[in-house]
Write a new protein. Structure first.
Length: 141
């Protein structure tokens, strides 16, 4: 008996209870792909630890390759990166009215408000900062 048939039988035997639905992808999505509404849909099934709503996944980024028809687990998605590895970024230090900016090279990927290591291109020193937007890393707080 396949999953769909089992769910239909359970719905008939247990009136008033709706079968659970899980989120699945509609096409193969490589890691680091930002999810759009056309990429996911709901399918009958009950898988512990899986996303259950389309809006929970739209705008997030895949951490691993996802395959069509398979449930999307909570750990498979994360916030989209705003700083890419090897990207030239602006390093910003702010203290009161003083603002110092310089160029740096990101050594990691990072999502908004997440930590990232950056090499200062002027001094070749590695610093740790916080991704504040596309191409912007704030240091020294």
């Amino acid at each position: 008996m396949n999953l769909r048939a089992a769910l239909m039988l359970a719905a008939l035997l247990l009136p008033g209870q709706l079968p659970a639905q899980v989120l699945v992808v509609n096409r193969t999505l490589p890691a680091q792909t930002v999810i759009g509404p056309q990429d996911v849909s709901l399918q009958d099934g009950d898988v512990p630890g899986a996303h259950r709503a389309v809006e929970d996944a739209v705008g997030l980024e895949t951490r691993v390759t996802l395959y069509p028809g398979r449930p999307v687990r909570l750990g498979d998605l994360g916030p989209a990166a705003v700083v890419e590895r090897n990207e030239i970024v602006t390093l910003r230090f702010r203290s009161g009215a003083l603002v110092i900016e310089t160029a740096g090279r990101a050594l990691d990927r990072a999502a908004l408000d997440r930590g990232v290591r950056v090499m200062n291109l002027g001094s070749r020193t590695t610093v740790t900062g916080t991704a504040r937007g596309p191409g912007l890393v704030e240091v020294g707080r």
